[in-house]
Design a protein around this ligand. Structure first.
Ligand SMILES: Cc1cc2nc3c(=O)[nH]c(=O)nc-3n(C[C@H](O)[C@H](O)[C@H](O)COP(=O)(O)O)c2cc1C
Length: 335
């Protein structure tokens, strides 16, 4: 039986244990969206905790895709150097690393300079901004931007590339019936709402040619497991269908989270609050699955792995607050 400290092979890579640091935005970019030395140092210290894999926070794939003015970027080749420093800091501390690439769509701060884009001209339920409906030309640009950003992830020296399709950002806005009212090939049915995500995955695969395994942060439902914050939103059944499609597309790791309600939904607490989501995805796919959200106790993490709920656990805030978390887990679980 696998436990929290069992190794895991993913494609050609070996993860030393099952603990992942999930992406946690530092919001420390300079005016051009470059991460600086403080950000690289922070990731080095997270990697030194003993977690096997550190997923670096969301980077914008284009100027329109930024969620805030402080967000780091991978929209141009000039951004590669700052990311290379982060990847090097993580590797020097002995962990593997992923970069998360994202387009915020209409879930972004107010007063951003670039166009506010979304599948439909519908008020964003989280940011309350009214976006422009994307043209097919806008959609083609976004697909190309994800591919180009993935190429920069490889250039920077990361081990994995993670496409962000959660937390109400653009790719998730396409999945959700709340924000996607399109009547063309990108809307109307669940399969049509998944289309952009799958086209982005194909583009990314075409650019990285199998050099890096692909991860997707997938918001599998607009609502938390136990109550409705966004009635009429993306259902878990549809989210699981999207996970199946990603599995068939060759995605190596599905990093399970929620969609419109975000990664830390108001009114949701307790250990491993998205465990039912991870369970549903694991039951439906062959690929590896990460369970994240409210995991604070080593025993919870161990149980998630031993029970087969997921192959990996994301421990974010607990590990950021206590860099000895992995060490203490090893002691507590007597590995
Ligand atoms: C400060 C902060 C920033 C975050 N930034 C991101 C991000 O850039 N991308 C992402 O997918 N999730 C982000 N998240 C969500 C985390 O990856 C994670 O899903 C969430 O914190 C729940 O896990 P935890 O209870 O172990 O912290 C962020 C969370 C926090 C607390």
């Amino acid at each position: 039986m696998n436990d929290l400290f069992s190794g895991l092979d993913v494609a050609e890579l070996h993860l030393a244990n099952r603990i992942v640091v999930p992406p946690m935005a530092t919001e420390q970019a300079d005016a051009e969206g470059n991460p600086g030395p403080a950000t690289a140092a922070r990731y080095g210290s997270l990697a030194a905790t003993g977690a096997a894999l550190v997923v670096v926070e969301h980077s914008a794939v284009s100027p329109e895709g930024r969620s805030s003015l402080q967000q780091i970027s991978l929209a141009t080749d000039a951004h590669i150097a700052g990311h290379a420093a982060i990847a090097a800091a993580i590797h020097a501390a002995g962990a593997l690393c992923a970069a998360q690439i994202s387009h915020a769509g209409s879930n972004r701060g107010e007063g951003m300079p670039a166009r506010c884009l979304a599948p439909s001209a519908v008020e964003n339920p989280v940011s309350h901004l009214m976006p422009e409906e994307m043209s097919t030309g806008d959609i083609a640009s976004v697909i190309r931007a994800f591919g180009a950003a993935a190429g920069r992830v490889r250039e920077a020296g990361y081990d994995f590339v993670e496409v962000h399709c959660a937390h109400g950002y653009l790719l998730g806005e396409f999945l959700s019936p709340l924000t996607n009212h399109r009547t063309d090939v990108y809307g109307g049915t669940p399969a049509a709402r998944r289309r952009l995500l799958l086209e982005v995955i194909e583009e990314v695969k075409g650019v990285i040619h199998g050099d890096l395994p692909l991860m997707v942060r997938l918001g599998v439902a607009d609502n938390p497991p136990t109550f409705q914050l966004y009635p009429g939103g993306l259902t878990l059944d549809e989210g699981v269908e999207a996970a199946r499609a990603l599995d068939q597309a060759g995605v190596a790791i599905i990093d399970v989270s929620a969609a419109m309600c975000g990664s830390r939904p108001p009114g949701v607490s307790g250990e491993a609050y998205f465990r039912p989501f991870a369970e549903a995805v694991s039951a439906a796919v062959h690929t590896h699955v990460i369970c994240t959200g409210g995991i604070t106790r080593p025993q919870t993490a161990e149980d998630i792995i031993e029970s087969g709920t997921a192959d990996l656990v994301g421990v974010g805030r607990a590990l950021a607050a206590d860099h000895a978390w992995v060490h203490k887990a090893r002691e507590a679980l007597r590995h």
